[in-house]
Design a binder for this molecule. Structure first.
Ligand SMILES: *Cc1c(COP(=O)(O)O)cnc(C)c1O
Length: 623
């Protein structure tokens, strides 16, 4: 894995400069430097860094690429986009998104009432709002209210039942008014074609959403009957997220394009738009042979425009406006989670930890001798001998012939031997070596929660690029697995021989070592769960001034302990009282001690669940 795969997933957003990974923007600060300036303000634990310039870059690129495809094919329809809020609803993201997209007709997509409220309040009048997902009467009524504010809002009908509700709400809202105002109406169509990959459940015939051809005809008749046909203006599909292969999209485009043309031919004058949903994939892979997608944005845009052009021409209908609802593509790169490494588990496998005796069992002496004598020429042979001796020594221990110190020496020596052999044989890419790497992987204990910050790794084994923030001028040699600080054995990113991660050998007592988890800006935050009550990490927005210097905005600290409990609906004031009372009543403490303990307790209560490094403890807690 060269340069941690940066050339595959990095999209020129980051560069490696000397020994650090840096932002490829402004004065190109290192992520480490930014991290340290947040930590200097007293924020420890994991930190989520947000980079609005990367949100802007994605939106700029999306619009520029579609505009250029339109030009190339002389396409007469318009291009618009909305951001699907389910991908990231956090205010520090949404506010920046709205801000950086202000020059475009770029709006928000909502899939629930709470998201709809965000969309209605944050979208500027005129920019599109689309409303998908299952809806009840209240949600549809909210859409009517938005339309009456002047919003350009489209309700997507997911099923016939919703259409009945729209008709009913329309009567309530518009019966007595002179100029009825009705939201635009879209229909989600149920496609034969579906996407591929782990998220491909949104499209296809067995999809949870959308109208079949029969229902579509039924909807057409119902709209006509209730004088609402003039509001039907969009058809919509979404074939699933992280679409790996373009073929699925092309099929869906042909299918939906023909449905559009058929409805046009049926005289639906107002129908003007096709909404192609999301699904535009992000390249998360750090390994050349394991890439996530087989197309570029340019190919994607060209296919959309070309196919819609073809279908409209051949059916002799005007070309539709195109809407996209890409979310992952827009949001993923803006978020970088930085987390400190707390410990390397096999740090004890060090020469200085050996407890060799005057008289060692002969096999241990031999292990020591081959460790000292190992060279490149004999490394393979000695490695086999070492593994053999280890088996024998462990059996001797089980049978009671050697003691605990001998066993510890065995573990240390074999570990050192394997490490040395791997270093010596590094250029030989043999499967045996790979198997051995798997065996001696170093476990890095990292101050974060996989469940909270990378839930898609936990639930779907979605990879996120992992890069250390320092030492990038030295080749990392430890096959690494990453352990989070939850008490759950699933909170691990295991070493995978097919896509190995190597990290540096470091002594965390001597130096800090941070890992960056990149492309974590889409889906992870709201999906994240408070397993073990580790909450959303401290977050900060990183912006650049006119001179290219970065500055930190909107720092939000991870919730403190009592707020977390309050969220679970504990009566925290009662708990507070109880804690205080127990110290007051303690028969083990003097009054002075009580006061001191109480002070400490309140200090701890004001902090969050994540661990603090020893240095941090020293700084904060000395009186
Ligand atoms: C989830 C969703 C999207 C966003 O998909 P991405 O893969 O993140 O681009 C768009 N439209 C609808 C209807 C969705 O449900």
């Amino acid at each position: 894995m060269k340069r941690f795969g940066l050339d595959i997933w990095g999209d020129d957003n980051f560069i490696i400069k000397n020994d650090t990974i840096n932002i490829n923007y402004g004065m190109k600060p290192s992520v480490l430097e930014i991290t340290n300036s947040v930590r200097q303000k007293g924020y420890m634990g994991p930190i989520l860094l947000r980079f609005p310039h990367l949100i802007k870059k994605q939106i700029d690129t999306l619009f520029a690429t579609f505009e250029s495809a339109k030009k190339e094919f002389k396409y007469s329809g318009n291009f618009y986009a909305v951001f699907p809020l389910k991908v990231n609803q956090f205010p520090n993201f949404v506010n920046e998104l709205v801000d950086v997209s202000s020059e475009y007709t770029y709006g928000l997509e909502a899939g629930s009432k709470a998201e709809l409220i965000i969309a209605i309040s944050k979208t500027k009048i005129g920019s599109p709002i689309t409303v998908n997902g299952f809806k009840d009467k209240e949600m549809i009524a909210l859409c009517f209210i938005a339309a009456k504010m002047g919003h350009n809002i489209t309700i997507t009908i997911e099923g016939i039942g919703e259409l009945e509700t729209i008709i009913q709400v329309n009567e309530e809202f518009n019966k007595k008014v002179k100029k009825p105002i009705v939201p635009k109406i879209g229909v989600r169509i149920r496609l034969h074609s579906s996407g591929t990959g782990i998220w491909a459940k949104s499209g296809g015939f067995s999809s949870k959403f959308g109208l079949t051809s029969t229902e579509l005809l039924e909807a057409y008749e119902m709209l006509k009957k209730h004088n609402l046909l003039e509001h039907l203006w969009m058809i919509h599909f979404h074939i699933g997220s992280q679409m790996g292969e373009i073929a699925a999209l092309k099929k869906a485009l042909r299918e939906s394009g023909n449905i559009y043309a058929e409805l046009k031919k049926r005289g639906v004058e107002s129908l003007k738009a096709i909404n192609i949903g999301g699904g535009l994939a992000v390249e998360y892979s750090q390994h050349q042979n394991l890439q996530d997608r087989n197309y570029s944005l340019k190919e994607f845009a060209n296919d959309v425009i070309y196919l819609m052009q073809e279908i409209s021409k051949s059916k002799n209908v005007p070309a539709p406006d195109i809407f996209t609802e890409s979310g992952r593509y827009i949001a993923a790169s803006h978020g970088v989670l930085v987390a400190p490494v707390l410990e390397l588990f096999s740090q004890e496998y060090h020469e200085k930890s050996l407890r060799l005796k005057e008289q060692n069992p002969p096999l241990i002496q031999e292990l020591y001798d081959i460790y000292s004598a190992m060279r490149k020429s004999n490394a393979r042979e000695y490695l086999h001998d070492a593994l053999d001796h280890m088996e024998s020594l462990l059996t001797l221990f089980d049978l009671g012939y050697i003691d605990l110190e001998d066993r510890s020496n065995t573990e240390i020596l074999v570990n050192l031997l394997i490490k040395r052999a791997i270093a010596l044989l590094k250029d030989e890419d043999t499967s045996e070596l790979k198997r051995i790497e798997d065996r001696i992987q170093e476990k890095y204990l990292v101050n974060f929660s996989v469940f909270q910050s990378l839930p898609d790794w936990w639930g779907l084994k979605q990879n996120f690029p992992i890069v250390p923030l320092s030492k990038l001028d030295t080749k990392p040699t430890n096959p690494a697995s990453i352990w989070d600080i939850t008490c759950d054995s699933d909170g691990e990113i295991n070493f995978e021989p097919k896509s190995p991660l190597f990290l540096h050998d470091i002594d965390v007592d001597e130096e800090e070592y941070f890992l960056g988890f990149f492309l974590s800006g889409a889906y992870q935050e709201v999906l994240g769960m408070k397993h073990n009550l580790f909450t959303h990490p401290t977050e900060a927005v990183i912006k650049f001034d006119a001179k290219g210097h970065y500055y930190i905005e909107n720092l939000i600290e991870a919730q403190n302990l009592m707020d977390v409990l309050d969220d679970l609906d504990y009566d925290t004031s009662e708990m507070d009282k109880s804690l205080k009372q127990k110290i007051e009543d303690s028969k083990l403490l003097s009054n002075d001690e009580k006061r001191e303990i109480l002070g400490k307790l309140y200090l701890y209560l004001s902090e969050n669940s994540y661990l603090k490094t020893i240095q941090a403890l020293d700084q904060n807690y000395t009186p």
